[in-house]
Structure formats: C-alpha cells, structure tokens
Design a protein around this ligand. Structure first.
Ligand code: HEM
Length: 159
C-alpha cells in the first residue's frame, strides 16, 4: 500500500499549495489591491499576481484529481458516493469541479476579459465582487479540507 501512501502525500501537498494560495490571495493580496488608489495600478497588481498563481493552481488541481481518483480506485471507495455520511467525498469533487471550471474555462474565456473591461471603469465594485467570490471559494475549500481529514480518520460526519 506504499503507492496509496504516496498518492495521499501528493494529494495533501497539492491541496496545501492550492488552498494555501487561495488563502494568501484572499486575505493578503486582495486587501492590498483594494487599498491601492489608482485604478490602473490595481489592475496591474491583480494581473501580475493572477498570472503567476493561476499556473500553480492549475497544476495543483490536476495533481489533486489524479492522486484522488487513484486512491478511490486502489482502495475501491466508489460505494461511498452512495452514502450521505460521506458527503465530504462529494464535497471534494464539487470543490475541485468548481475550481477546474474557473481555472481552465471561465478565466481564459470570460473572466480575464471581463476584469479588463470593468476594472478601469468601476474598480471599487469589481474588486469588491472578486474579493467576495474568493472568500466563498476559500471557505468552501477550508470546510472541505477539514471534513476530508476528519472523515479519512474515521469520524462520521452526518449532515
Ligand atoms: C477530484 C477531486 C478529489 C478526489 C477524487 C479526492 C479523493 C480523495 C480520497 C480518495 C481521499 C482519501 C480518503 C480516505 O482515506 O478515506 C482524500 C483525502 C483527502 N482529500 Fe481529497 N479528493 C479530491 C479533492 C480534494 C479537495 C478539493 C480537497 C481540499 C479542499 C481535498 C482534501 C483532502 C484531504 C485534506 C484529505 C485527507 C488526507 C489525509 O489526512 O489522509 N481533496 N481525497
């Protein structure tokens, strides 16, 4: 079962990089951006952070999914998806799916252009909205990580 232990280690490391990065962006970078006065400077700051972080997040989501599905297959955990007590398994896939759609589809096709268009015209409202959305994603990620650790170690988490 060494392979499952390695998959678990990769899974957790990738979650740390990904959700840790979201925490940093939400609690440190966004407040900094929103305190910056010139709209042009805000956009420049946002884009340089986003350009660097988005690739880390994309690679991390791929590693999380590959290691996660590997563990499900190797430990034959598919039955868990039929039980509400394992809602945290559904939550992991749900959080991963939301981020995957945002990082690989919505960001390059819609969000990037939308931010460019709105950030100079109504900077306050645009960055307030983006900040709120990051808080929601961060909280979903943290609740899921908490429940996944507790659930993996046998705690029954009935909703
Ligand atoms: C495609 C998406 C995902 C799949 C297939 C997946 C699958 C799994 C599996 C099979 C386990 C082991 C469960 C057990 O030992 O009983 C696990 C553990 C875990 N997962 Fe995921 N997961 C996914 C996404 C996520 C996400 C998005 C997060 C965080 C927000 C996450 C955080 C964790 C954590 C913290 C553990 C516990 C590791 C430990 O302490 O042993 N996973 N995951």
């Amino acid at each position: 079962m060494d392979d499952v232990a390695i998959a678990r280690a990769i899974h957790v490391l990738a979650v740390i990089v990904w959700i840790g990065g979201v925490a940093m962006v939400t609690t440190v970078i966004f407040p900094l951006i929103r305190r910056t006065h010139a709209a042009k400077e805000r956009l420049r700051l946002f884009e340089s952070v986003e350009r660097r972080f988005i690739w880390q997040a994309r690679i991390a989501t791929l590693l999380v999914a590959a290691s996660g599905f590997y563990m499900i297959q190797r430990m034959n955990l598919w039955d868990r998806f039929r039980s509400a007590a394992f809602w945290w398994m559904h939550a992991m896939i749900g959080v991963w799916a939301i981020f995957t759609v945002i990082l690989f589809i919505a960001e390059p096709l819609i969000i990037h252009e939308w931010v460019q268009r709105r950030a100079l015209k109504s900077a306050d409202a645009t960055f307030a909205l983006l900040h709120r959305l990051h808080w929601i994603l961060l909280l979903l990620g943290l609740v899921t990580a908490f429940a996944a650790v507790a659930g993996s170690y046998g705690m029954v988490l009935v909703p």
